[in-house]
Design a protein around this ligand. Structure first.
Ligand code: GAR
Length: 200
């Protein structure tokens, strides 16, 4: 059974989709902890499901790398350690993970991003796609490497942009595809049907 740590910063609708999926005894993965860099409202989804939560604030650490070490220690306490039966899922974590953290967990460290990478990396992907006049964007689940949204793509799904659509409306439509895409990707990793690049 795959053990998953989920990292969030916001409302956690992707986390909720994973928690709901893992509620099914036939789902091949369990969420063992949920962490955040802030007092994210989405942590309540984990609390309601009885999943342990932790907050590691970057400002409580002397350096970014030290923050990463604290985050890694909190995750390891729950048995997620980068080995083949574990996975870290960044689902709306709005921070760049420090290099030491990435080295410790990648490639068993994935992220969901609201754009068709390599287009529109970074923190404002939906806004950037609209500003560029894109008529098509989408969602990507990828392995996290030491760059910003540069790691190997695992799965993508495209969305047509509607004329005059707001960032909020477009992002919400994208999330409706993103949630099941993330759940399917995690399931396929758990079943060994989707290989992580460079994994043992
Ligand atoms: C998701 O759309 C995710 O792709 C995005 O934040 C949203 C979180 O939604 N992540 C990024 O933009 C990372 N650069 P949620 O809190 O409702 O799951």
């Amino acid at each position: 059974m795959l053990k998953i740590a989920v990292l969030i910063s916001g409302g956690g609708s992707n986390l909720k989709a994973l928690l709901d999926a893992a509620d099914d005894p036939d789902f091949p993965a369990r969420i063992v902890c949920v962490g955040s860099d802030t007092d994210a409202s989405g942590l309540d989804h984990a609390r309601a499901a009885g999943v342990p939560v932790f907050i590691e604030r970057p400002r409580d650490a002397a350096t970014r790398e030290e923050w990463g070490e604290r985050l890694a220690a909190a995750i390891r306490q729950h048995g997620v350690d980068g080995s083949d039966d574990s996975l870290v899922v960044s689902a709306g974590l709005m921070r760049i993970l420090p290099a030491g953290f990435v080295r410790a967990f990648s490639p068993r460290l994935i992220n969901t991003h609201p754009a068709l990478l390599p287009a529109f990396p970074g923190a404002h992907a939906v806004r950037d796609a609209l500003a560029a006049g894109a008529t098509r964007t989408g969602v990507t689940v990828h392995v996290i490497d030491e760059g910003v949204d540069t790691g190997p793509v695992l799965r993508q799904e495209a969305v047509d942009v509607r004329p005059g659509e707001s960032e909020e409306d477009l992002h919400e439509r994208m999330k409706q595809l993103e949630r099941p895409l993330l759940v399917r990707t995690v399931r396929d990793i758990a079943l060994g049907e989707l290989e992580l690049p460079g994994a043992g």
